[in-house]
Write a protein that binds this ligand. Structure first.
Ligand SMILES: Nc1nc2c(c(=O)[nH]1)N[C@H]1C(S)=C(S)[C@@H](COP(=O)(O)O)O[C@H]1N2
Ligand SMILES: [Mo]
Length: 431
């Protein structure tokens, strides 16, 4: 506060007090006189985080603490589903301790004895393998990839009509540098036999259902001729540290550019199969309508005319991380808008923001490039020029020319949300 404004305020304050008649006021009355004066300034800012503000950036669950984790937002307890709070996305790498968590089954590993744990490579191969973590680290070339791990259902809470399932806000995503070995190198060592079609992956987690059901085990398969297979990593390191147990210690699959459903945690069985995998997690869950952007309607779904295909690559998305709508922003204060963008289809080439609800757009400055599968941070200088509400919006474009639409989509799984994000901010007077 400059000397001048402090004088102005104290003069106004005095005037109000005087007109209200200060003489002889008791303590309570004085308090309410204060409320009268300061109350106006408080009322300038509506609550942007309270109930009935849909959509929230994050989901609205309570903060909970799990082993190796900072407080995260709880979606469900069994299975464990935890969302990363917005502020952790200010940096390009999501800290391991703040990385979101999603399991499907109740019984998840809570301790692994590495002297017993082995990775099995089996099925239609000439040389089945049984590898210790040390074998993986020593016998294969080490590779590294920085990639976004995003749940297919990230932002599901925004779907209209509402979709059952984990009501994620935007925090079911994270970016990490994953080190390990190429899946291809391990498969080459096992020598895939001819007639092979897919590679099926399975972790240690188990459910209470019958053994032949999805409620007993979580399995996902990739076609052996999928070009991404050359980039798939069996990772034993995450941001320079062992994986947190909730994120798949000791090793997990990393499928850059594809949704996290394929990123099998606590990976223990790699199986070469000769027929398409028809298990629940391939043909029932994680399927999207075979339509542009995976978009359909509840009516078309009821008519059962929509072919469903397994979900794959992540569409382009971008987020404003700060300001988050909770700040009281003074008029004319120069701010830095900051956020992230990513796309499974390729490098982010452009991030634009708008301060007039998407009528005019301005280009943001992109942060350091950590590779085409990584979060790309962005920044833009911005000075609010009027008091009251602004609607800030952001959209990104990737190297394939994909950009974000301003209409939401709908599909029965609540997947693939990538609508342009909006953030209301309120500007107050600064004198
Ligand atoms: N073994 C195993 N791996 C799994 C899952 C699972 O239930 N079991 N869920 C998948 C899904 S749908 C998601 S969103 C990611 C979540 O990864 P994270 O918990 O490390 O954030 O793990 C994937 N890998
Ligand atoms: Mo997921």
């Amino acid at each position: 506060m400059t000397e001048d404004t402090s004088k102005t305020i104290s003069r106004r304050f005095l005037l109000k007090i005087m007109s209200g008649g200060i003489a002889g006021l008791g303590f309570t009355q004085l308090n309410s006189a204060w409320a009268q004066i300061s109350g106006q300034a408080v009322q300038l800012l509506p609550s942007l985080t309270g109930p009935n503000r849909n959509p929230y950036w994050n989901s609205t669950g309570p903060f909970v603490v799990y082993p190796q984790k900072l407080p995260l937002i709880q979606i469900t307890d069994r299975p464990v589903q935890l969302e990363t709070p917005r502020h952790y996305f200010l940096t390009p790498f999501t800290p391991n301790a703040a990385f979101f968590v999603r399991w499907h089954l109740d019984k998840i590993p809570n301790a692994i004895n590495l002297s017993e744990w082995r990775l099995f490579v089996e099925g239609n191969v000439e040389r089945p393998l049984i590898l210790s973590l040390n074998d993986l680290m020593k016998k294969f070339k080490q590779v590294s990839v920085t990639a976004v791990n995003q749940c297919s259902g990230n932002s599901r809470s925004r779907f209209q009509p509402h979709i059952p399932g984990g009501q994620w806000g935007n925090g079911a995503m994270g970016n990490a540098t994953m080190k390990g070995v190429r899946l291809k190198d391990v498969l080459d060592a096992a020598r895939i036999k001819s007639g092979s079609l897919q590679v099926q992956c399975e972790g240690l987690d188990r459910g209470r259902g019958p053994k032949d059901k999805g409620s007993y085990r979580y399995q996902k398969s990739l076609y052996l001729n999928d070009p991404i297979l050359h980039e798939v990593v069996i990772a034993y390191e995450m941001n320079g540290a062992p994986l947190p147990i909730l994120n798949g210690f000791p090793v997990r699959l990393v499928v850059p550019g594809k949704f996290a459903t394929y990123w099998i945690k606590a990976l223990t069985w790699i199986r070469i199969i000769t027929e398409p995998d028809t298990n629940f997690w391939m043909t029932k869950a994680y399927c999207i309508p075979d339509t542009p952007h995976g978009n359909t309607t509840p009516e078309d779904m009821e008519r059962k005319q929509i072919k469903q295909i397994p979900i794959g690559t992540m569409p382009v998305r971008s987020f404003l991380i700060t300001p988050d709508g909770s700040d009281m922003i003074p008029l004319a204060m120069p701010l830095t808008l900051q956020g992230i963008a990513f796309s499974g289809h390729g490098q982010i080439v452009k991030v634009e923001f708008s301060d007039d609800n998407g009528i005019t757009w301005h280009q943001a400055k992109l942060g350091k490039n950590y590779g085409r599968y990584s979060f790309r941070t962005w920044k833009a200088a911005w000075i609010p020029k009027h008091t009251g509400k602004y609607t800030l919006t952001v959209r990104a474009t990737d190297e394939k020319g994909n950009t974000q639409a301003d209409e939401g989509i709908w599909n029965p799984g609540g997947y693939l949300w990538n609508k342009i994000e909006r953030q209301e901010v309120v500007i107050g007077v600064s004198e």
